[in-house]
Every structure is written in structure tokens, then in C-alpha cells.
Write a protein that binds this ligand. Structure first.
Ligand code: GUN
Ligand code: ZN
Length: 435
């Protein structure tokens, strides 16, 4: 396949930034370039050097003065909730019962699922998101539609058929056995096909019987390399109801622990109201807490103490995510803007370097995929985003007053959205301009 050479200002993180002046945490090249072939990065560095390595027939695109960064990673969202976004409800359980569990029933229809899958991947491309961890609906057909579209477009995606066998409308329920069988069928059909990865996906303890939780634990033991995703400690009423349903457990986290669901491949959406004991259990098992700021604000779920979890003696691994459709934006820029404000309300700080680390290498680490995605390194997959900090008149005006890289990043986070995504490369191919 033809090589592609792109020129621009390269920015890619090497490690978590310790403060706003931590220039060693990233690689920055003012006149940089990336060479890509067969979906991989084959060279990166200053333009003159990379250009000298490029084959004579390489297709070249000049993105200067825009930034070239690794594609954004979203570690938690719901593909069947595109038409749930912005539904008016007081809090989580009302929102689920009134809108979400109604909408997700439509995904029994493979034609509807395929239509939404097309819209979903178009939207991710528009927003510069090149990897996401998605919940499908309970229906195997929804996972098939999701992966078919993802594979066709050669995305690196993680997704799972939701397992849920109680406390929802009958049309949305599987059984411990069919949940297990269908998950296995999705794994056998899709895991490792191109860049597709399947996650074992029990929705949350409220919608799974102990028998189904056992089955989810069995799947985790049978497929130890797969991710497991669920929801944890999002909302007070949810926590109280969970403890009614599972009265013999120490706390909410202990329910998942009991069924063998904690571990380094386990992603726990929200994890807002954790006790010290629960945070220790998360930390010791290497489990990941996923911060979903726009959703937590929209549903009034609570303020995620990112620094509290990150800076304790036994730190908890953290991912960041949109949680569409509880979340209100597909944009990881908007997500970090709201995340910043959630921290501000708690007297906690997040530097712009940390924000952009978290939506790239930080999330790749949360997924244990840092050798594959999340940074611009030779041999890594060529998923990239091109960022324009002058995308709107208001941004342009503010950019005239910007002198430092960190200020430009903070501007992108504060005023940016899909308009700031000048291009999205998926496996080395420009995808946004092709929409
Ligand atoms: N808990 C269980 N299911 C869901 C969901 O779809 N969205 C959110 N935000 N929380 C959940
Ligand atoms: Zn969710």
C-alpha cells in the first residue's frame, strides 16, 4: 500500500506529566512529520529526517500549523444511546427506566443497529476519537452490527454485548445461559478479527442476578486476556439498591470482587462514591476507574475525586470517557473541559498537559494498549488526530494572545470541539475529509 507522509507540529506523550512545566513528559517537534504504511507508523521526527526516509511515491499532506497528536481514546460509551443523549430526567435510575431501556429495545432489529453503527463511527471520526470502549445492547445483533462497521472501517475498538437478566423490560433481558452463550459467540466471531476486541459486559449488579454474575466470572476466567466492563458506584440510589439486592457483601465493589470481576483488564464506569476499602480493592487488583464528567454532571451523579484516587498511597488506575448517552458530548475535548471543572469544584487541579495525556497515552495505559495506540511511535498503529486551535473566530482571537504550547492546549480544551478536528487518520487513512 502507498505510504503517507504528514507534516505538522508533533505532540505525543511519553509519560504522565507531573506539572505544567514537565517538558520531559512529552515529545514535541515544531516542524515534524509522521510516515505511515499499512496502518502503522514507520517513522516520526523532524520533517527533514522523516522526509529523507520516505519512499519516492509517498503521498504527502502538509498540516502545518496544526498539531498532530495520537487519536483520542474514549474508554466508556454506549453505542445504542445515540438517540438517548439529552433526555430529561432527575437521576440515573429514572433516566435508565424512562428512556434508555426503551431505546435499547430497538436494537433487536439488525437494520436499525446497522444504521446507528454507521452514524456512530461517522461521529467518532468527526470528533477525532479513533478507539472507544463501547457497550452494545443485550442483543447479539447489536454487537454484530457494531463490529461489522468497525471492521469495515478498520478501527481499533473494544465492545461487548451487554449481559442483563433482571430489573429491565422483558424485551431487554437475556438469561445466565443465553448471556454466556451469546457473549461467547460474539467473542468467537469478532475478537482478534482485524483490530476488533471483545469485552465481557455485565451491565451492572442491579440488572444481573447472582447466577448471571457467576457466568460473567466464568467468562473472565475462560478469557483472561479480554477486557471486562461494568458500572460501579455512580449514584446514591443505585448503590443503596445494589446493597439491597446483594445484602451479604461488604460494599458495591465487593459484589464484583466476589464474582472474580476485578483485575487489570476490568473497567468500572463512574466509580464516584468509593470508600477507602473499595479504592484499596480497586488499586490492589489493578482495576480501572473510568471518569465520565459530562455524564456525572448531567445526571447529577456526583464529583469524581480524580486526584484523591490518583495520589493515594495505593493509587487507582484511571480512564476518562464520554459515557454517551448519559454523557452530553462525543468530544474528548469537551469531556476534559468538564472534567477540569469537576476537579475545580473539589479544589483539585488538572494541567492541560495532563488532560491531553489522559485522552491519549493515559487511556491507552488504562486499556493496557500502550504498546499499540496512544502515542506516535514507530510500530504503533497509525491513528492520529490533527488539531486546529484557530477553528472558530473566538478561538482565533484568543490564539492571537497565546504564546505557549500549554496555553494552546488549554484553549483547545476550553473552546474546542469537533470543529477543531481538522483531520482524523484511522489506520493511516484520512477519514474525516472522506465523510
Ligand atoms: N448504569 C447501568 N447502565 C448504565 C447506562 O447505560 N448509563 C449509565 N450512565 N449508567 C448505567
Ligand atoms: Zn455507561
Amino acid at each position: 500500500m502507498t505510504s503517507r507522509l504528514i507534516r505538522g507540529r508533533l505532540l505525543s506523550f511519553r509519560q504522565a506529566p507531573q506539572n505544567i512545566d514537565d517538558t520531559r513528559s512529552y515529545f514535541y517537534e515544531e516542524d515534524g512529520a509522521v510516515l505511515m504504511q499499512d496502518g502503522l507508523i514507520t517513522a516520526r521526527g523532524d520533517y527533514a529526517t522523516v522526509c529523507a526516509e520516505a519512499p519516492a511515491d509517498a503521498v504527502e499532506t502538509d498540516h502545518r500549523p496544526f498539531l498532530i497528536m495520537p487519536g483520542f481514546i474514549d474508554t466508556h460509551l454506549h453505542f445504542p444511546q445515540m438517540q438517548v443523549v439529552g433526555s430529561y430526567a432527575a437521576a440515573l435510575l429514572e433516566w435508565l427506566n424512562t428512556y434508555t431501556f426503551v431505546e435499547e429495545q430497538r436494537f433487536v432489529d439488525p437494520i436499525h443497529a446497522a444504521k446507528i453503527a454507521t452514524a456512530f463511527f461517522d461521529e467518532l471520526v468527526r470528533q477525532g476519537t479513533t478507539t472507544a470502549v463501547a457497550y452494545c445492547s443485550v442483543h447479539k445483533a447489536s454487537a454484530d452490527a457494531f463490529f461489522a462497521e468497525s471492521h469495515k472501517r478498520n478501527f481499533r475498538m473494544i465492545a461487548g454485548k451487554v449481559m442483563m437478566d433482571r430489573n429491565a423490560p422483558p424485551a431487554l433481558l437475556d438469561t445466565p445461559q443465553t448471556g454466556y452463550d451469546d457473549t461467547k459467540a460474539v467473542i468467537e466471531c469478532w475478537h482478534g478479527v482485524g483490530r476488533q476486541m471483545v469485552a465481557i459486559t455485565p451491565r451492572f449488579a442491579i440488572t444481573s442476578t447472582p447466577q448471571q454474575m457467576e457466568m460473567a466470572g466464568t467468562l473472565v476466567r475462560e478469557y483472561p486476556n479480554l477486557h471486562m466492563q461494568t458500572h460501579l458506584s455512580e449514584n446514591d440510589a443505585e448503590i443503596a439498591y445494589t446493597m439491597e439486592l446483594y445484602p451479604n457483601h461488604k460494599d458495591y465493589t465487593d459484589v464484583y470482587d466476589h464474582y472474580g470481576l476485578l483485575g487489570p483488564k476490568s473497567l468500572f464506569g463512574h466509580s464516584i462514591h468509593l470508600s477507602d476499602r473499595e479504592a484499596d480493592a480497586m488499586s490492589d487488583s489493578g482495576s480501572v476507574a473510568v471518569f465520565c464528567p459530562t455524564s456525572n454532571l448531567f445526571l447529577g451523579s456526583g464529583l469524581f475525586g480524580l486526584k484523591t484516587l490518583d495520589e493515594r498511597d495505593r493509587p487507582v488506575r484511571i480512564g476518562v470517557a464520554t459515557d454517551i448517552g448519559g454523557g452530553t458530548s462525543y468530544s474528548m475535548l469537551r469531556t476534559m473541559d468538564e472534567g477540569y471543572k469537576v476537579l475545580q469544584l473539589q479544589g483539585q487541579r488538572m494541567t492541560p498537559l495532563e488532560s491531553f495525556y489522559r485522552i491519549t497515552l493515559g487511556n491507552a495505559r488504562a486499556l493496557s494498549l500502550e504498546d499499540t495506540i496512544g502515542s506516535i511511535e514507530v510500530g504503533h498503529e497509525a491513528d492520529l488526530v490533527i488539531l486546529d486551535a484557530r477553528a472558530t473566530p473566538a478561538m482565533e482571537l484568543k490564539m492571537d494572545a497565546v504564546t505557549r504550547l500549554t496555553e494552546e492546549l488549554f484553549l483547545l480544551q476550553t473552546l474546542g470541539d469537533d470543529r477543531s478536528i481538522a483531520e482524523t487518520y484511522v489506520a493511516g487513512i484520512p477519514a474525516k475529509s472522506a465523510l
